[in-house]
Design a protein around this ligand. Structure first.
Ligand code: PHE
Length: 352
């Protein structure tokens, strides 16, 4: 048989295979041990020399073509088998899969994001600091002397002391980032104004109840510039509370003591639940204590490498949970970390 006749013969056999088993038998006959195809290709050696190149080329082309025809027929059988299987079952591969449930943002995250957006729009930058902090940044640099009651073990989670290194602790507030930021900016050549916010997690060894958590969130604010005054502080705080509580607010300042501010204040907002008339939330006073703040103490500016004769500043430390509780009317701080999905799912799904 010549090349053309062989080709026809083999291709016809492949096309005629009725099922995968018949096709497999043909495969063995053509390509298995003593297979017809390789034998045919090898028959080139029996030809006179001048006929070999032309025959070799043609025989190889037929071999490739037959291989492809086998593979194509195999695919046909596989596709037919799959179609048959699908036709007999209720499975519809074109149906969309089940929709994965999307989570919701934690209410603290919602309010924190809003606050950061607001403060960045007012020219503040977002700063970060470590949760495991040194005694120096958490206390000493903030003008909190060694015998201050805040250092006592009932308030502070101390880390195991490492020989040669100072003592570490879980930061009890976000204020240590004040001095960290000032020191870093002074090293880089300080240019006023400095305006930063520092959202972050803080820890205190407290007995947990309706209004106290051992792990809580604060947002620190710090502004340092020439001629910064209490009026700037009040204006900034009012703007921030108006946006977050979504209504006009009145504020008042009472003296408050924090070693790192002088003067220090407790800023109160008129009660959002009774508009200042007096209710159980504000304990009939009409006011809610919302954030401690004050003018940065000269010693703290000095620790940051900034000259207190030339610059002044204000700082505030907002308790984020407190703001969230006022905003959504939540009366138990333990809800935030309680992991109850029924609580968490009440907050809007926000894509950011
Ligand atoms: N760091 C203080 C606290 O956690 C709050 C504070 C911050 C007070 C900034 C004044 C200025 O209690």
């Amino acid at each position: 048989m010549d090349t053309t006749a062989r080709r026809e013969h083999w291709l016809r056999a492949i096309a005629a295979a009725a099922d995968p088993a018949a096709l497999a038998a043909i495969d063995t006959r053509l390509f298995g041990p003593k297979g017809e195809v390789p034998e045919f290709v090898r028959s080139v050696t029996a030809l006179p020399k001048d006929e070999r190149p032309a025959f070799g080329k043609a025989a190889n082309a037929v071999k490739v073509e037959v291989e492809q025809a086998l593979a194509a027929r195999r695919e046909q059988f596989a596709a037919a088998a799959l179609a048959q299987e699908l036709a007999g079952s209720a499975f519809d591969p074109t149906e969309p899969g089940p929709r994965a449930a999307r989570g919701t943002l934690h209410p603290i995250t919602i309010v924190q994001n809003e606050l950061v957006d607001l403060f960045t729009s007012m020219g503040f930058r977002w700063e970060d600091g470590p949760e495991v902090e040194s005694e120096y940044f958490n206390f000493d640099a903030l003008n909190i002397p060694g015998d201050h009651p805040a250092r006592e073990s009932q308030d502070t989670f101390w880390c195991k002391a490492q020989p040669g290194l100072g003592r570490n602790l879980l930061r009890t507030h976000t204020s240590p980032v004040q001095v960290r930021t000032m020191q870093r900016l002074t090293r880089q050549g300080f240019h006023a104004p400095l305006k930063v916010v520092v959202p972050g997690r803080c820890f205190r060894s407290e007995t947990v109840d309706k209004t106290h958590e051992h792990t809580f969130y604060q947002m620190e604010g710090l502004v340092v510039d020439r001629d910064v005054s209490t009026a700037n502080l009040i204006h900034t705080m009012k703007t921030c509370l108006r946006v977050i509580l979504e209504r006009d607010v009145q504020v008042r300042l009472r003296p408050g003591f924090f070693p790192f501010v002088e003067p220090g204040f407790e800023l109160d907002v008129n009660c959002p639940f009774c508009s200042g008339r007096g209710c159980s939330v504000c304990k009939q006073s009409g006011w809610i204590e919302i954030l401690p703040c004050g003018m940065v103490h000269p010693n703290v500016l000095r620790q940051g490498g900034i000259d207190p004769e030339a610059y002044t500043g204000f700082a505030f430390g907002m308790g984020l949970q407190r703001v969230v509780m006022l905003r959504y009317g939540i009366d138990d701080i333990r809800q935030f970390m309680g992991g109850d999905l029924r609580f968490l799912r009440q907050f809007p799904e926000v894509a950011r």
